[in-house]
Design a protein around this ligand. Structure first.
Ligand code: G1P
Length: 294
């Protein structure tokens, strides 16, 4: 079955980006001139997703507005013959159908996903976390969709190898390797200590899930951090049905923290022919200015 819907939870307060997030949604903070959330939605759209369900909280209207048409701005750009900008703005306003549901209390990622239950129905769906940008010619979430399709529509968790000391930052999968990039999962654990982690295969927040997950989410107790964890529900799902973990291809930027955000900014500025040359000149100048030896 074709996967048409994606849940993107964006209810978090973005405290690591204060003071900016005092007044603007973290997701709207741009990497150069493109809001972070644009990259995540683009990944879903490029994978064939037709509807995005944002799980929001107060102060997130700007994310919905960003993916909506802005007639006033369009008229202004038209009057001023800004054709290129007009096309760009129109394209964003019609790139995908967007819906929002509220998460009234921040009780964890599992709770956030459960809020979208009535929007999903009985189909498999995607979940993408907005704090992670994954760049690849073939979208990471599309790679997971393909694995799901070739396994009777099973749930598939996107994973990457992380250093053992970082396991406590992620949901970690366990299972049997059935081919070089795929595991048949028999469990998942949220943020295990490095010496307790079953593997070093972590999810950066890319999932294909089946609707059974909602009944499980309704029953699970609070887990790590006293929150309802999606990881704990996936762990239960593994006991009931086939669930796979897939090591996707792509470069992942952890834009949920300042370092990852800077890393993405530098990478994107170097990659884009429009910014590249002047940016290199700036970097060379600043490295000299601060007496940095490379
Ligand atoms: C969440 C998930 C975790 C996942 C991570 C990816 O944790 O609970 O399993 O590995 O996102 O970024 P958070 O970073 O929100 O604490």
């Amino acid at each position: 079955m074709k996967i048409k819907k994606a849940i993107i939870p964006i209810a978090g307060k973005g405290t690591r980006f204060l003071p900016a997030t005092k007044e603007i949604a973290k997701e709207i903070i741009p990497i150069i001139n493109v809001p972070m959330i644009h990259y995540v939605v683009q990944e879903a759209v490029d994978a064939g997703i037709e509807q995005i369900i944002f799980v929001t909280s107060s102060g997130k209207f700007s994310v919905e507005d960003y993916f909506d048409r802005n007639q006033e701005l369009e008229a202004f750009l038209e009057r001023n013959n800004k054709t290129k900008e007009l096309e760009l703005i129109k394209k964003i306003g019609s790139m995908v159908d967007v819906t929002a549901v509220r998460q009234k209390e921040q009780l964890g990622l599992g709770h956030a996903v459960l809020m979208a239950k009535s929007m999903i129905g009985h189909e498999p769906f995607a979940v993408l976390l907005g704090d992670d940008i994954v760049i690849n010619h073939q979208p990471a979430i599309k790679q997971l969709m393909d694995v799901s399709l070739s396994n009777q529509g099973a749930a598939v968790i996107g994973v990457m190898e992380v250093p053992q000391e970082d396991t406590s930052k992620y949901g970690i999968v366990k299972g049997e390797r059935i081919n070089p990039k795929t595991l048949k999962m028999n469990g998942m654990v949220e943020k295990p200590k490095p010496h307790e982690a079953p593997t070093n295969l972590a999810t950066p927040g890319r999932y294909i899930l089946t609707p059974e997950i909602f009944e499980i989410l309704e029953k699970i107790p609070r887990g790590a951090g006293n929150e309802y964890q999606l990881t704990d529900a996936i762990n239960v799902l593994c006991q009931q049905k086939n669930v796979f973990a897939y090591q996707f291809e792509g470069e992942r930027f952890d834009t949920g923290n300042i370092h990852g955000y800077l890393d993405a900014t530098i990478d994107f500025a170097l990659k884009d022919p429009e910014t590249r040359e002047k940016f290199i000149t700036s970097l060379q100048y600043r490295i000299k200015k601060y007496g940095i030896s490379l």
